[in-house]
Design a protein around this ligand. Structure first.
Ligand code: AMP
Length: 283
């Protein structure tokens, strides 16, 4: 695996590789089995597998965890080496945002709801860095997790709106044994918080169960999920949403093939997200 720490070295390595298809997995590192599921698929479907690790400052708010975001580059590179990744891109902040940097991408509307409502500017930072990385790596396929469903929806909108020549593949959520979606941030949870966090996947399982029993009303699903969260006083609900898959507009009734059921909670200082989709996010 070749490690590139600067933009010129990445550009040179990609042009030298000269293979037919490039697959790309952008990450912020501290890798877990969720990330590796994307890497494995990328490896299978492409001649050249490229992964980036960059903790992107522009997607963190002022009071968020940019400085304490977990990092372990040595472990991450060993895992990626084992997955037979060809190129690992590890840019520094000044490579991506040099002095005078002034250009940002906004995906209007979609970036202001759900997670965007409590994290203003977050998706502008995500869309900007992903577009920059696409412009450097030139992938035919890029791999994202359903875990961050709103992110995937926004990236698909950007790819479509800006006619970017890349296919976006969105892969299922990888979970721990207790059902909690794997996340680099789970490491912040104390044992009591971890127990509380389990109510997040449980609420979604309950919603799926209600749907399988014929419930269609969003209000009924949201109420059941809120009741699940109320079982633990460590949980503060950020949002519970039932929306369309492409437009993220609230639904009154679920639509088979076009529904996102998503929630964000805070457990102590840690913000956790999870979701259930009826349909397909890839584009
Ligand atoms: P991050 O490092 O958090 O920016 O995540 C990098 C990519 O991994 C994103 O596309 C995430 O959606 C995806 N991802 C994170 N957690 C999971 C998970 N539990 N299962 C599948 N994909 C995930």
């Amino acid at each position: 695996m070749k490690i590139c720490r600067t933009i010129p070295s990445l550009v040179e390595a990609i042009s030298r590789a000269g293979r037919q298809s490039i697959g790309f997995v952008p990450t912020m590192g501290f890798l877990h089995a969720g990330h590796l599921s994307l890497v494995e698929r990328c490896r299978q479907e492409n001649d050249l597998a490229v992964v980036s690790i960059f903790v992107n400052p522009s997607q963190f708010g002022l009071n968020e965890d940019l400085d304490r975001y977990p990092r372990d580059l040595e472990r991450d590179s060993a895992l990626l080496e084992k997955e037979r990744v060809d190129l690992l891109f590890l840019p520094g902040r000044a490579d991506i945002y040099p002095p005078g940097y002034a250009t940002y991408v906004s995906v209007d509307g979609l970036d202001a709801v759900l997670c965007g409502a409590s994290r203003p500017g977050h998706f502008r930072g995500v869309a900007t860095v992903v577009l920059k990385l696409f412009n450097l790596v030139h992938p035919q396929r890029a791999y994202f997790g359903q875990k961050d469903a709103q992110q995937a929806i926004i990236i698909c909108r950007m790819v479509c709106d800006l006619n970017l020549p890349v296919q976006i593949k969105v892969l299922p959520i990888v979970r721990d044994r207790d059902g909690l979606a794997l996340s680099s941030r789970n490491i912040y949870l104390s044992p009591a918080e971890r127990r509380a966090a389990r109510h997040l996947p449980q609420a979604l399982t309950m919603a799926a169960d209600l749907i399988s029993r014929g419930v269609q009303e969003a209000a009924v699903l949201k109420k059941a999920m809120a009741e699940e969260f109320a079982k633990d006083r460590l949980i503060q609900v950020d949002y519970i949403a039932v929306t369309g898959l492409q437009d993220l507009v609230d639904l009154t009734l679920i639509q088979p093939g076009n529904t996102l059921i998503a929630a964000a909670i805070r457990v102590g200082k840690t913000r956790l997200i999870d979701n259930l989709i009826l349909g397909d996010l890839s584009c």
